[in-house]
Design a protein around this ligand. Structure first.
Ligand SMILES: Nc1ncnc2c1ncn2[C@@H]1O[C@H](COP(=O)(O)OP(=O)(O)OP(=O)(O)O)[C@@H](O)[C@H]1O
Ligand SMILES: [Mg+2]
Length: 502
């Protein structure tokens, strides 16, 4: 009797004391690495050790970031990418579902590709690949995004037509293409299928019609974002510094997913083509933020990058509000998991089940404030220690207050597509203030302008700005001067006033 009692007490006591009997953080030598080759993230919560992320003690460079909206996922990713670029000159390609990184990337001097707002990607572009391989990739994307897999005859017809289109354009299916030759587009594939339909001797015309119909949804006038000549050089994406592929201008999830799949396929191919170099660190990080369809499907190349990335110095960063949207293979194979605030029990169950951390840790995670995190790492070692530990806070570069003014609402389609017209003007608060002072705005006026801009989320249509300024009594001449200072051409300034009826 007595014995049993003692044991019960000991068990519960031990449970509570686990934190004392076994240090809840990995030994310092795993957490604190040489600062010239590791990225500082923040200090550990219990021992206050600076945690620096090193590529050399973790099993692979890939990272998952999970947490509810506002928990600090994008903030972590930005901080991480900046530091990686300082240390290793790492390139990054951000597949930006919601356009969250755009302003930051512009500010950091990177390239923003705004799909659906003037930028096009031809999904038949080869970027150095063999037409045969690209055809397979396009078919995979169609299988992920449409019901084509249920119709073998239509699969065959579509695949054949894509290959034939390459042949007609003078490509050889099994050879790497001549760099300067323009790839055909989906419109050519559709035309080819239509010809076959018109010839009238194909025994199953309904199959042909359906195959055409399915492709057409990606080639309709005004929605042909992937069926025109590319406006960017996809072959150089991985070596262009910081690149943001802004998908927020595309009409729906299907288009966004198609863009993401295509870009991942291209990146995977580049990764294999470029091979390994003796340079240190990571060459390119690919970021998937909220691209759930792409992160969850087994056939997506996100999985290939996870499997092969380490040997080619490619890293994948996947961020999501919902951990169950991330493919199990990704989730359980990344070297680093950054867990920010997670509230839903179901998600906590899933993460705890996969990463196997204590109840203590689970409680802490559900109480996190913005930027607080638990880190789980697969270290390359045989030494036993807890591999999940708490960070006080992700310490980032202080975000600057930026204001952006968008002029797309006054542009024609041709101007939208042109690469030479600036479509958005972004300024940091001090610079914008200086411009206002230049035009002799009083402090009161400047305050009320900023109030109005802050209320609109600091991303404002140019007409909105003009209306706001007119509303507080700023003259047309002064607005003109201000917009000239922004760098807006005179003909667009007059057009804007005309559209406003001023
Ligand atoms: N570690 C941090 N230190 C200081 N500020 C932070 C930190 N993490 C996040 N923030 C701020 O909190 C806000 C929300 O962060 P963030 O946009 O990264 O959230 P998120 O998890 O990406 O949300 P969503 O799922 O909606 O995209 C931002 O204004 C960001 O600057
Ligand atoms: Mg975010």
């Amino acid at each position: 009797m007595g014995l049993i009692k003692i044991q019960t007490v000991m068990n519960t006591e031990l449970g509570k004391r686990c934190i004392l009997s076994r240090p809840p953080e990995p030994p310092h030598q795993f957490v604190l690495n040489d600062l010239t080759s590791a990225l500082y993230i923040g200090n550990t919560k219990i021992f206050g050790v600076p945690f620096t992320w090193s590529l050399y003690n973790v099993t692979n460079p890939h990272i998952c970031v999970v947490g509810i909206t506002g928990a600090g996922k994008s903030f972590f990713v930005k901080t991480f990418l900046l530091r990686a670029s300082y240390i290793w000159n790492t390139n990054a390609v951000i597949i930006d579902w919601a356009g969250e990184y755009k302003a930051w990337v512009k500010q950091a001097g990177g390239i923003v590709v705004e799909l659906g707002k003037g930028a096009y990607l031809n999904i038949m572009d080869l970027g150095g690949m063999r037409p045969l391989d690209r055809t397979k990739q396009i078919m995979t994307s169609l299988q992920i995004l449409t019901d084509i897999a249920e119709f073998p005859e239509q699969m065959r017809l579509t695949e054949e037509a894509i290959e034939q289109t390459y042949l007609n354009a003078g490509f050889r299916l099994a050879e790497r293409p001549d760099q300067n030759k323009d790839a055909p587009t989906l419109k050519n594939v559709i035309a080819l299928l239509q010809e076959r339909l018109q010839e009238g001797n194909y025994p199953y015309p309904a199959e042909l019609e359906n195959a055409i119909y399915r492709l057409r949804q990606f080639a309709r006038e005004g929605e042909d974002f992937f069926a025109r000549k590319s406006t960017i050089d996809i072959g150089s994406l991985t070596t262009s510094g910081l690149v943001d592929i802004d998908l927020s201008g595309l009409p729906d999830e299907k288009f966004r997913a198609l863009a993401s799949l295509f870009i991942l396929q291209t990146l995977k191919e580049r990764m294999r083509m470029e091979g390994w170099s003796s340079e240190k660190g990571i060459k390119t990080f690919v970021v998937l933020d909220e691209a759930w369809k792409v992160a969850s499907d087994d056939r997506s190349d996100a999985i290939t990058i996870i499997r092969e990335g380490r040997k080619y110095q490619f890293g994948l960063i996947v961020a999501s509000q919902n951990p169950t949207d991330i493919n199990e293979t990704i989730f359980s194979n990344v070297g680093t998991n950054i867990i920010l605030r997670v509230r839903f029990e179901r998600f906590l169950d899933y993460i705890q089940g996969s990463l196997n951390f204590s109840e203590f840790m689970r409680r802490e995670i559900s109480k996190f404030g913005v930027g607080q995190a638990a880190v789980n790492m697969s270290f390359q070692t045989n030494i036993q220690f807890p591999d999940t530990f708490l960070l006080n806070k992700v310490v980032g570069e202080v975000p600057l207050d930026t204001y952006s003014f968008n002029i797309t609402s006054i542009l024609s389609n041709d101007e939208l597509a042109s690469g030479t017209i600036e479509k958005e003007f972004i300024f940091e608060k001090p610079d914008l203030t200086a411009m206002f002072i230049n035009i002799n705005f009083s402090t009161d006026i400047i305050d009320s302008i900023f109030k109005a801009l802050d209320a609109k989320g600091r991303e404002v249509d140019i007409k909105d700005l003009a209306t706001t300024l007119l509303g507080i009594g700023v003259s047309k001449e002064n607005i003109t001067n201000l917009l000239r200072n922004f760098g807006m051409p005179d003909f667009l300034i007059s057009r804007m006033f005309m559209q406003l009826g001023v």
